[in-house]
Design a protein around this ligand. Structure first.
Ligand code: NAD
Length: 270
């Protein structure tokens, strides 16, 4: 096993929404890189167990934990579990997210609140609980390592408006400013805060689109790079961002989108 393969050895990560899709891929890849992982799930215990088994088969450790990120006490439990089980916390991946789509005029307050409370408030709550833990550590400014690392899984819709999804786009736009403001506020504490904004990635959240041939075709018109993304495309970036190789990066969003944010509609003279 090369040093590169275990580049998160000794680190402890909490991954929210880790039972499926992007979160599951991140949990597994961080585990394979040597991190000990708390895998949060909301309702799919089997998906979380699958990730746990994959991590354990690679020689690292993982625990699974049911929690609703919209509840402050649940976020606190996730962080406490990392510390109680593995002795510390180094990385929080705020990944949990939902879609409740509707045209603006028909959107119910329930649909609005559900998405904002999971995709934005949930990220705030878990980031706050993690930050309190990170702040217990003292790392000197000149050290090339952090006291903690927060990664928000946002979306290209933190900059691309999305008709029919105003709750989702508003939450993701909020995550962008949450990320940047925390990065600014917490840099003196040596806490790094960044975002990864995926384009179209094949997961349950957009299954209804990529499941049909027409849906895949429509999706590809928005992706200059010509393929739909896989959860591992995001996980590889998350692992790297969590390592000290990325120590000087804070307050940045990495768009992992096959060029979706390049205004593909303008590629043929507008
Ligand atoms: P997914 O549906 O597979 O994953 C979402 C996860 O969040 C699920 O495991 C779900 O159980 C969990 N979750 C939902 N509500 C929760 C709650 N209250 N508490 C805890 N967990 C909860 O879809 P995904 O594509 O893997 O989504 C992961 C993240 O990536 C989301 O934030 C999503 O907005 C973002 N994203 C996805 C895409 C894409 O194309 N798939 C693109 C951009 C951004």
């Amino acid at each position: 096993m090369s040093e590169l393969d275990k580049r998160l050895a000794g680190k402890v990560a909490v991954v929210t929404g880790g039972s499926s899709g992007i979160g599951q891929a991140i949990a597994i890849m961080m585990g394979k890189a040597g991190a000990k992982v708390v895998i949060n799930y909301h309702s799919d215990e089997n998906g979380a167990r699958e990730a746990q088994q994959k991590i354990e088969s690679q020689g690292s450790q993982a625990v699974i934990m049911q929690a609703d990120v919209a509840q402050p006490e649940d976020c606190q439990r996730l962080i406490n579990t990392a510390v109680e089980q593995f002795g510390q916390l180094d990385i929080l991946v705020n990944n949990a997210g939902v879609q409740k789509d509707s045209s603006f005029v028909d959107m119910t307050l329930e649909q609005w609140n559900k998405v904002i409370s999971t995709n934005l408030t949930g990220h705030f709550l878990c980031a706050q609980a993690a930050t309190k833990e990170f702040m217990k550590r003292k790392v000197q400014p000149e050290e090339k390592t952090s006291a903690g690392n927060i990664i928000f899984i946002s979306s290209v819709h933190d900059i691309i408006p999305w008709a029919g999804h105003v709750n989702y786009a508003t939450a993701k736009g909020g995550v962008q400013m949450l990320m940047k403001t925390l990065a600014q506020e917490l840099a003196p504490n040596k806490i790094r805060v960044n975002g990864i904004s995926p384009g179209a990635i094949k997961t349950d959240i957009n299954r209804s689109v990529w499941e049909t041939e027409q849906g895949r075709k429509d999706m590809l018109t928005l992706i200059p790079y010509g393929r739909i993304g896989e959860p591992e495309d995001i996980a590889r970036v998350a692992v790297w961002l969590a390592t000290d190789e990325a120590d000087y990066i804070t307050g940045t969003t990495i768009y992992v989108d096959g060029g979706m944010t390049l205004y593909p509609a303008f590629s043929d003279n507008g």
